[in-house]
Structure formats: structure tokens, C-alpha cells
Ligand binder design. Structure first.
Ligand code: AMP
Ligand code: MG
Length: 423
């Protein structure tokens, strides 16, 4: 490459920080939420536990059968020849046997039925020869202690079941129910405010005049925030004036833990985001060596001794989604849980050549699939302009090219970040 003067189109910019440095600055400057609230477990999906959960009971609480069959003492099992047994009683789930177990007999038992005192073995009904209503025959092929579940086998009393900060899943909620816990303490949800900037933006329902477009960023942001279980505050479209932007900043800082703007972070004449952050708060960074999403501002505003974090995302719809997913989403996760998110990546074979110059990280919208041989292959969605939101709609992954990558040849292995679970 021939040397030429630096321009704002250069991939490498001395004042742009790396993606990793930006992520580090974000976690270093965020204090995770400590406020908590008590909620019914049905409302706890995707919420973060505010305390450890210690099992108050044994699950299962009593020794019970894992099969439909016949319970008896293991000592009474036949050893050499078949033995006939009288059916002396029943133990069904929730209706335990009332008789005392007698050696030499069996108790008809159903899955979940309490093992009668003196029995320790269940023979599944399929392995039993039924002679009549009262009698069964067992062959000498069974082992003592089979098909029985023991108290606390699933969860033992006094044991830590879940750790503070855990994000609750459907299975977790089932476990809480099995412990008899109807409500639990979870961390307060982050309050996230956002607004769009741009005089060209119209809201749905308005007519478009020449040069105007519908605001889509507020809708993608809303959907991504909803996915994260945050309290959402939509502050609407803010005109490109210093006063209006300052007012939006002040309102957002008062109402939210994190607020997000889109647009107005370039160096255009009507770009008031950076100067407003400088005036009202502290700027941590304002440019990241990445594509799309280079003009990305991050800072802190203080309001009544409380801190609010601010993300000034670019205006282009794809850049909004990329910067949200790479920075704002991990920030919200850390704020909400106190834990750092580990993003899952896969290796895939590039099915086409991708040009790139070293200097910045690129998030290319890709479509990956698994071949019948089990290999992952990936290609681009097509046009990659940061205004082409269809590239995000069509994509099912980002092709993640590190800052030092100088492009990809067809057949090279690349790292992909799969959207499943991400958006
Ligand atoms: P800006 O960063 O404000 O210069 O915006 C960059 C580009 O993104 C411009 O073409 C804007 O029209 C477009 N844009 C900004 N905000 C939005 C929005 N909320 N919805 C759709 N497009 C937007
Ligand atoms: Mg603008």
C-alpha cells in the first residue's frame, strides 16, 4: 500500500481505542445494582438472584419409587429359584401404604409412591410374572436397592442450590417451586432510557416530507432492551438543537441507570451529543476502532449523587445494533447481575473472500449453516452498508474479524458470533 496523508476514512485512527479496551473501561466504570425486590417466582424469569438460595428441604423429601412395580426388602429377593409373593398392600404417589410391611410379601407401588418401612427395592412391573390378583412371581435376576430415589438425592437440605447473581431460567423456576419457595429476592431491573436525534426523523403515523425518514432505531432498541428484561423509558425523537439535547440528557440522567442516544455523534454541524456530554458529565471514550460503529461515545452523568451511564450510539441502524450488542448489552448485563457476560463464538469456514485492512475490528453480517458433514460454513448477507438494516434481518451471525486481520480468503476459518440468544 502506498503512503498517503491520514484521512477520516482511514481504518486506523490513532485516537480510536480498541474494542477490548472499550469493554474494559465499561466494566471498570459500572457499579452493579445492589437494590433488590421480592417477586413471585412466576415473575422471576430472566431476573437475577439477589441472594444465594439454600435448600430449606430435601428434594425428594422421602424415599420413593422410580418405577411402577412392586416394593420389597432386597434381602427377600430370590437367589437361585423363582419365588412367589403375596401382594400385601399398595403405595401410590401421595397415598402411602398404611400397613406394616411383612417380609416375604410385596407392596404394589407407583412411581413417586413412598417406600414402605422395611422395603428398599422396586421390581418394575414389566419384569414380574403376575400369577393372579394377589400373587406375583420373581425370577432370581434382580439386585437389591434398584429403582429407588433417596431423600435429598436431587437437592439436599442446607445445600446451596443457586448463587447470587444467577439469571433464572424456566428450569430454575421449577427448582424453586420444588423447594416450596413461592417468592424470592431478585436484583432490581436496570432502568434504561433512550432517544433518537435527527431533524429528518418522523414517527410512525406521520407523513414523510422530502428528505425525511421513519425513526427505526427506537424500535430496534426497544426490542433489544425488552429481550434483556430492563425497565424501558422511551424519550422519543429529540430535535438537533443544543437546548433540546441538553434537556433530554438531564431528564434521562434523572430517570435511568443507563441512557442511550442514537445519531448526532459524528462531527457534523448538528451533532450536539459529544459537547453536551462534555458539558454535563464525563467522557470515558468517544471513538472505537471498529466497523460499523466507530463514533461511539461513552460517559457518566451525575444526578443527585447517583450515577447514570450514557452511550451515544451512531445513527446508522446497523451501527446501532452492532454497538448495542457489543457494548451496551454486556454493560446492562454487568449492571444487572454483577457478572461479566461470556459471549459464545463458533469457528466456521468462510465460503467467500472478505477484504479488510488491519486497524479495526469488523462485525460483518453473515449467514452460517451446518453442512451434512457437521461443519459450519458462513457467507456474508450481501451489501454491508451500515444503513442497510436488512443485513441484520438476513443475518444469523456476525463474522468477527479482529483488528489485526487483513482479510479472509475463501476456505479460511473465521470466528462467528451467533445471534441465537443474542437478539
Ligand atoms: P447521524 O449519526 O445523526 O449523522 O446519522 C447517520 C445516519 O443514520 C443518517 O443517514 C440518519 O438519517 C440515519 N439515522 C439516524 N437516526 C436514525 C433513526 N433513529 N432511524 C433511522 N435512521 C436513522
Ligand atoms: Mg443526525
Amino acid at each position: 500500500m502506498t503512503k498517503r496523508p491520514a484521512s477520516c476514512l482511514d481504518a486506523f485512527e490513532a485516537d480510536a481505542i480498541s474494542v477490548d479496551t472499550a469493554r474494559q473501561i465499561i466494566t471498570d466504570t459500572i457499579t452493579p445494582i445492589s437494590a433488590s425486590e421480592t417477586v413471585p417466582i412466576r415473575e422471576s424469569l430472566k431476573r437475577y438472584l439477589a441472594t444465594d438460595i439454600i435448600s430449606p428441604i430435601n428434594v425428594p423429601p422421602h424415599t420413593n419409587s422410580a418405577m411402577d412395580g412392586y416394593a420389597l426388602a432386597g434381602n427377600d429377593l430370590p437367589t437361585n429359584t423363582a419365588i412367589d409373593y403375596k401382594i400385601a398392600g399398595t403405595s401410590f404417589a401421595g397415598i402411602p401404604s398404611t400397613q406394616t410391611y411383612q417380609s416375604g410379601t410385596v407392596v404394589r407401588i407407583m412411581t413417586g409412591g413412598v417406600m414402605p418401612a422395611g422395603t428398599d427395592t422396586v421390581i418394575p412391573q414389566e419384569l414380574v410374572e403376575k400369577l393372579d390378583d394377589q400373587t406375583i412371581r420373581l425370577e432370581p435376576e434382580h439386585k437389591a436397592g434398584q429403582n429407588v430415589r433417596h431423600p435429598g438425592e436431587d437437592l439436599a437440605i442446607g445445600k446451596k442450590v443457586f448463587e447470587k447473581g444467577r439469571k433464572l431460567s424456566a428450569a430454575d423456576i421449577g427448582i424453586l417451586a420444588s423447594l416450596g419457595l413461592g417468592q424470592i429476592d431478585v436484583l432490581a431491573r436496570p432502568k434504561v432510557a433512550f432517544f433518537s436525534t435527527g431533524d429528518e426523523l418522523r414517527s410512525i403515523g406521520e407523513n414523510l416530507k422530502e428528505g425525511e425518514i421513519y425513526d427505526s432505531n427506537r424500535y430496534t432498541l426497544f426490542a433489544m432492551l425488552k429481550n434483556l428484561n430492563t425497565e424501558i423509558i422511551d424519550l422519543g425523537v429529540i430535535p438537533d438543537t443544543e437546548e433540546a439535547i441538553e434537556k433530554a440528557f438531564t431528564q434521562a440522567a434523572a430517570e435511568s441507570d443507563i441512557f442511550i442516544s442514537t445519531g448526532g455523534v459524528s462531527v457534523g454541524e448538528a451533532d450536539y451529543i459529544k459537547p453536551t456530554l462534555k458539558k454535563l458529565g464525563e467522557t470515558h471514550f468517544w471513538k472505537v476502532a471498529m466497523k460499523p460503529g466507530r463514533p461511539l461515545t461513552y460517559g457518566t452523568l451525575n444526578h443527585n449523587k447517583r450515577q447514570t451511564k450514557f452511550f451515544g450510539l451512531p445513527g446508522n441502524p446497523v451501527a446501532v445494533m452492532v454497538t448495542f450488542l457489543q457494548f451496551v448489552q454486556p454493560a446492562i448485563h454487568y449492571l444487572a447481575s454483577g457478572k461479566q457476560e461470556k459471549s459464545i463464538t463458533l469457528k466456521a469456514i468462510a465460503k467467500e473472500t472478505i477484504k479488510k485492512r488491519p486497524g479495526r475490528t469488523e462485525y460483518i453480517r453473515g449467514i452460517f449453516e451446518q453442512t451434512p458433514e457437521g461443519e459450519f460454513i458462513v457467507r456474508r448477507t450481501g451489501k454491508q452498508g451500515s444503513g442497510i438494516l436488512m443485513s441484520m434481518s438476513l443475518a444469523n451471525c456476525f463474522i468477527h474479524l479482529n483488528a489485526d486481520s487483513n482479510g479472509v480468503n475463501e476456505g479460511d476459518t473465521v470466528e462467528i458470533q451467533v445471534f441465537e440468544g443474542l437478539i
